[in-house]
Design a protein around this ligand. Sequence first.
Ligand code: GLY
Length: 352
Amino acid sequence: MNRVTVNASKDYNIYIGSGLLKNCGEMIKNEIKGSSSFAAVITDDIVDGIYGDTVIKSLNDAGFKTVKYVFPHGEESKSLETYSDIINFLARNHLTRTDILVSLGGGIPGDMGGFAAATYLRGIKFIQIPTTLLSAVDSSVGGKTAVNLPTGKNLAGAFYQPDLVICDYDTLNTLPGEIFADGCAEVIKYGVIMDKEFFDFLKNNSIKDNIEYVISRCVELKRDIVDSDEKETGIRAILNFGHTVGHAIEINSDFEISHGSAVAIGMIIASKGAFNSGLCKADFSEEIKDVLIKNSLPVSCPFGSRELFDVSCSDKKRSGDTIKLIIPEEMGKCVIKKIPLTSLLDFIEKGL
Ligand code: GLY
């Protein structure tokens, strides 16, 4: 088992190992000081069917009284309605500030449970138990929590760090191939933006066969960013590499194209667009493409530049008439460049 410690507004540990789920109750009891022995588990129907009983049993065996809120899986549930149901559920069950909310599952239970934990009673104890590769390497770490609004993804949310993250990578064995691949896109992203050696490792090695090392390395890299810029006033934005166009792809496809697949395509467009626009000296898109293909990710974009541009204009990384782009200057090193919104269409065209 590996341990990575985050030192942000809250210090907390991330444990990465095999077989942790069945011990999660003891881990929570030992780790979370000043908490009561009452825990609400928030999860979706698919994850509940596979891991709900294990987690509840482990919590009960460790002396926790538990309640569970299960919502239908999928992006449609990441809504104000589900959020409101969750906090009403917490209130009906009389959770207090020292009680614990446990988010079990992928990014959606994590983001929504996190936002509920951040806002219910102005903040209660919060544990993340990620069960997808994407949530293990990205969304469970760093405290971004949110729900979608009808006008866009993640538009209502809070920075709220968990008190503990328990990542049992055995849970990845039950993931459908395309959901595992989704997380691979974020793994590859870390190599491109922060760590050439790690990118080279991914070129030559399988993510699945090296899962403990891969998750631990990604979490360490994310920890370094979160420790230095928790609220994304600067460097944290590099984690959004490939995401501006990626979000536009997701939205244009009505979320038929998953987040990871969209980010994969977005990373290629961003690298190629940056080179062809003279914003960096080398074109890394072919090198990135090879690693994406090796990990069963798509590399061509089904939408035109105008469709992508129209949606990108309402991206959170826009500020006034400019938008921040993340540009790979060297392999393993990215920079943030602000370009006028009027240049974005041309940038996307040059990346397609
Ligand atoms: N997923 C990007 C971040 O946490 O900043």
